[in-house]
Design a protein around this ligand. Structure first.
Ligand SMILES: [Fe+2]
Ligand SMILES: [Fe+2]
Length: 467
């Protein structure tokens, strides 16, 4: 395969839409923030190289957002997606926080349990929000570094929730002690959230209200000039915004991604996916590993294996759009919850199909829960329409699901997982894939504890491109 070169901005824009899903934001939130924040940076007169870093900070500001979703569900007994969406409208005043906590905590549980949770949050609110923000920001910065972005981008993400007056989190930094990119990203975020819910004037009111407390007064001034230009709000809300933001990437030259970089991006993004739920920790990475050993056993060539590994790393990206109250539910899912869970395959396909380089991964993401006998979802495809690449990843996926802890049961030994797969051979999964997996596992050290440790340590059983 020739080394493809595709624009990094195109990939990151598409992935940012998965972050919008996790934040419960209307589609395009990160792209709109990128437009707003880059316009501020240009008005300040930042040099092109810095503008390019700012551009990626804005697109990736929510990179750590999946890592606190499970904790939000646990602490607030709430749906993390609507919680996150509504919390962005809270200005930090005590009265608003009180109303928010009472209005969002434990709405679907018994009254005594709900009041216990509310009391815990009111008593320990400061520590709880520091913990949630710290997890999110640090994780986001780490993943940005793994995606080869500069320290300025990582620091911009790390300081996203710091406030000009020192009242923010997690470090209580103040004034110019907060990286400029973070100050711009925070204001861009608030502007978009308010203009989307109540129009441009409400966004302007909000930033004026928080000037000097949340926001750098100079950045507020700069934004007022930007916002007064004709066409600013129209472009922000136009259907061509995505193309405009892509076309206006700052910098002397646009950044291109080669095959190795695509591997790194897929591996880093798999961490965002897996951070969503404690039960899926490491899942994408392991599915990529099992996929690779099945593919190798089937004699598939290096280049196709590489594409399969990427597809496996990203197959569950749509889970970012499913609430943790469903993903982590210990009991049986009701009909509505099951419907939500099933939608993750469609979301995976939608998100990945926006990235030319991942078009194969999009098909696999959309079909990894299809079954040979037509009992799978979302389309109920049958043997005829399920290609071998999908069969390989779905076998790896189920094998990992069986051998990992789930909210409703403990992990199964490998031998039992293989027996279950064999029982469904030809009906659920392809017998060729199951036997290839069994042979490959048979050659590896098969003590389950050793196996798991090896995967966690990764290098001993690793393969190129997923580090
Ligand atoms: Fe899945
Ligand atoms: Fe999966």
């Amino acid at each position: 395969m020739s080394d493809v070169h595709i624009r990094l901005a195109e990939i990151i824009q598409a992935l940012s839409q998965a972050l919008d899903l996790t934040e419960g934001q209307p589609p395009g939130h990160c792209i709109r923030c990128c437009y707003i924040g880059t316009a501020i940076g240009r008005e300040i007169g930042l040099p092109e190289s810095e503008l390019q870093d700012l551009y990626y900070t804005l697109l990736l500001k929510d990179l750590g957002c999946s890592s606190n979703a499970a904790r939000i569900c646990e602490l607030y007994l709430a749906d993390d997606l609507s919680f996150k969406r509504d919390f962005k409208l809270v200005d930090g005043s005590l009265s608003q926080i009180l109303r928010f906590v009472i209005g969002h905590t434990g709405m679907k549980v018994a009254l005594a349990e709900r009041f216990r949770s509310i009391l815990n949050i009111l008593q320990n609110g400061g520590e709880i929000s520091t913990e949630l923000i710290q997890t999110r920001c640090q994780r986001g910065a780490d993943i940005a570094r793994q995606m080869r972005f500069s320290e300025k981008v990582a620091e911009g993400i790390l300081g996203l929730d710091e406030h000009w007056d020192g009242g923010g989190k997690p470090d209580g930094k103040a004034g110019e002690g907060i990286p400029l990119f973070s100050r711009i990203a925070l204001i861009a975020q608030v502007i978009d959230v308010f203009q989307m819910s109540n129009g441009p004037q409400s966004a302007l009111n909000e930033i004026n209200k928080r000037e000097g407390s949340w926001f750098d007064p100079e950045v507020v001034d700069v934004f007022s000039r930007v916002a007064a230009r004709s066409g600013f709000w129209e472009v922000l809300n136009s259907s061509s915004l995505e193309a405009k933001v892509l076309a206006s990437e700052p910098g002397q030259h646009v950044i291109m991604a080669d095959e190795d970089y695509l591997d790194d991006i897929a591996a880093a993004f798999a961490k965002v996916i897996d951070a969503k739920s404690p039960y899926t920790s490491g899942h994408s990475d392991r599915v990529a590993f099992f996929t690779d050993i099945i593919a190798e056993e089937l004699g598939i060539d290096f280049e196709r294996r590489r594409l399969l590994r990427r597809a496996a790393l990203l197959h569950d990206i749509g889970k970012l759009g499913v609430s943790n109250s469903v993903l982590d539910k210990p009991g049986k899912l009701d009909d509505a919850e099951w419907l939500q869970m099933r939608r993750h395959a469609e979301f995976s396909e939608q998100i990945l199909s926006n990235i030319g380089a991942f078009s194969g991964a999009a098909k696999i993401g959309g079909a990894h829960h299809e079954r040979l006998d037509g009992t799978g979802y979302p389309r109920g495809l049958t043997e005829r329409d399920i290609p071998m690449d999908v069969r390989i990843v779905s076998t790896a996926d189920v094998f990992d699901a069986l051998t990992a802890d789930r909210p409703y049961r403990d992990a199964m030994p490998i031998s039992q997982a293989l027996s279950i797969l064999r029982e469904g051979a030809g009906k659920s999964h392809d017998p060729l894939c199951i036997e290839a997996l069994a042979r490959a596992l048979g050659r590896a050290p098969l003590q389950q504890a050793t196996w798991r440790r090896s995967l966690v340590g990764r290098k001993s059983l690793s393969f190129s491109g997923i580090s």
